[in-house]
Design a protein. Structure first.
Length: 102
């Protein structure tokens, strides 16, 4: 039975799953969760978290024409991008925005 518990614990650790059970040794317990850092440049095809997306209401402010059907302009990680309205997937990366104060 003990061998089975070790095997299950090893499988869970390999999958990044941990248990907070009191029977687990301290080395197997999850003590903190670290968020993935935001990439410096968005990637076409990615779906960024809603908190990382600022949809642009007035494209002319950024020197852009009207939006293409089914997509919106947005800012993600300091870059001007075009995203799919339904899926939130990045369709194209237009350019980085100038950094404030430069």
């Amino acid at each position: 039975m003990n061998g089975r518990r070790i095997l299950v614990a090893a499988m869970m650790a390999g999958l990044g799953i941990a248990s907070l059970s009191a029977s687990m040794p301290d080395s197997m317990r999850v003590t903190e969760v670290v968020a993935k850092p935001v990439r410096e440049r968005p990637v076409i095809g990615d779906v960024p978290a809603p908190a990382q997306v600022t949809v642009i209401g007035n494209p002319g402010t950024y020197g852009l024409g009207s939006e293409l059907r089914g997509s919106s302009y947005a800012v993600v990680s300091g870059h001007l991008v075009r995203i799919d309205r339904k899926t939130g997937r990045i369709l194209s990366i237009l350019r980085p925005l100038p950094q404030a104060g430069h």
